[in-house]
Write a protein that binds this ligand. Sequence first.
Ligand SMILES: C[S@@+](CC[C@H](N)C(=O)[O-])C[C@H]1O[C@@H](n2cnc3c(N)ncnc32)[C@H](O)[C@@H]1O
Length: 274
Amino acid sequence: MKFDDHRIKEMTVNMLDSKKYRHAGLNPATVEDLIKQQAPLHASEKALLKAVRRKLHNIVAPYLGEPDYAALTEELQHIQVDALTAEPLQAFCLKVLSAHASTAERIPLMPTFYARLFAETGRPTVILDLACGSHPLAFPWMGLPPETQYHAYDILQPRVDFINQFFEKLGLAPLAENRDILVNPPTQTADLALFFKEAHRFEKRQPGCNRAFWASLNAAKLAVSLPSHDLAGTHSLLEGHRKLIHANLPVRRKVSELAFENEVVFLIEKNGES
Ligand SMILES: C[S@@+](CC[C@H](N)C(=O)[O-])C[C@H]1O[C@@H](n2cnc3c(N)ncnc32)[C@H](O)[C@@H]1O
């Protein structure tokens, strides 16, 4: 079906005001984009809205049942941050990281994860954390100084606000942003872009979209991670995910792999790409 811009805006506003998303602080660009992408595929407005709701659920729902960010922000204010290794700070971070599957699974890896990653990429001074979730809370394990420019992107405003409070507490610039990185890819230049555990969901949202997205990034290096097993830990996902990576890159692009117990990081050189 074809809809004019006015009707698309109306549907976006209604969706954002629905019971499920009213308090989520969801980025309107995400909803509007889904409506535009899905509209030609459906014969009625009812079918279109149903399809958009399903897509939106896949993008956001695993992360609803969100932490109480107001309570966490309050708790954060009372934490003494003498050093990034301080126990109360790290205990707070671990609590937040363990609330989401993607970051919880990485907790056992964290003591070596960043040392191994940065040994390959070099120590970044400007980072993009794309579709960040709670991952910026792992900053104390990264071994990076507070001068690091850490640009974090997510589509939920309460999460972005909380991450900025966290950055300020640590003495970092508050560079978290509410931005749908698929609709509006960041133009910020960086040494390293992290795109962790989201590329397979991007393919579900819009098949093949990773190619143009990755090509658009102004980062010297791109680290795309994907889970190496399903959530139950029974099936290897590695071969399928390798295919996803190479299908979204020019034919001869060099990719190296950094394997962890349950996550694999594909390291992609972007400097001088063709
Ligand atoms: C699976 S979590 C990944 C978390 C993190 N990257 C990690 O591995 O620790 C996905 C996160 O990406 C966010 N997200 C999904 N689509 C996005 C988009 N188009 N732009 C920005 N953020 C997005 C979701 O809100 C969620 O917080």
